[in-house]
Design a protein around this ligand. Structure first.
Ligand SMILES: N[C@@H](CCC(=O)N[C@@H](CS)C(=O)NCC(=O)O)C(=O)O
Length: 208
């Protein structure tokens, strides 16, 4: 199977972390899509992924899957190891719900701020709406406050166990650093969780 991505970009990082958590990084082939040169907007790529974004997964039978959450769902079931999307009906539903909250409230909010209220990807930004971008900045901060409250009462973003929600939230905060949205200092539970997550080898830590 192939993963089309751009190493170092936030959404591709979500899939790379999921693969590392499953011990499956070496089992996929990475295909570099030169986003900065607009390769993801060429007909050859858009015909496979109409949202013209990375990452995307191509299975050996030619099936093309985009959206990090869908790709992670596939990875979670295709490989052995830690469960990222839950096992029981309740776990799966709660993780799905919290994953959407991390995506909408932090990851996508930071992304929209970056693309609309900062120079973003430069010449690749064809439409920008600064006012809307600033609103997303506000939304990202309230998403951080929400997860701070959650993490004050439980060890992981979706409950008692590590899950895809932790990946999305962790990358969302890294994206916030890049976009210069500071995590509020009073988000002590969120900051402590982040320091703990950063130790995971999948997230660049040493594992201890
Ligand atoms: N919701 C999508 C977001 C994908 C996305 O926005 N990827 C960015 C890279 S981090 C991209 O390809 N941007 C291209 C562009 O803005 O033209 C997902 O979960 O995969």
């Amino acid at each position: 199977m192939k993963i089309y991505d751009y190493e170092g970009f936030p959404n591709p990082a979500r899939v790379r972390i999921a693969l590392a958590e499953k011990g499956a990084t070496e089992k996929v082939q990475f295909v570099h899509v030169d986003v900065m040169k607009g390769e993801h907007r060429l007909p050859a790529f858009v015909s496979k992924n109409p949202s013209a974004s990375v990452p995307a997964l191509e299975l050996d039978d030619g099936t093309f899957i985009s959206e990090c959450s869908a790709i992670t769902e596939y990875i979670d079931h295709a490989f052995e190891g830690i469960s990222l999307t839950g096992k029981t009906a309740k776990e799966r539903a709660v993780i799905h719900m919290m994953q959407r909250r991390a995506e909408q409230g932090v990851m996508d909010a930071v992304g929209a701020y970056f693309h609309h209220a900062t120079p973003g990807l430069g010449a690749l930004e064809l439409y920008q709406n600064k006012e809307w971008g600033m609103k997303q900045h506000e939304r990202a901060l309230s998403g951080m406050q929400y997860f701070n409250g959650v993490l004050a009462t439980q060890p992981f973003a979706a409950g008692e166990n590590f899950s895809v929600t932790d990946i999305t939230l962790f990358v969302g905060l890294s994206f916030a650093d890049f976009a210069k949205i500071a995590i509020p200092a009073d988000c002590t539970a969120l900051l402590a969780w982040r320091a703990r997550m950063a130790k995971r080898t999948s997230m660049g830590g040493t594992g201890s």
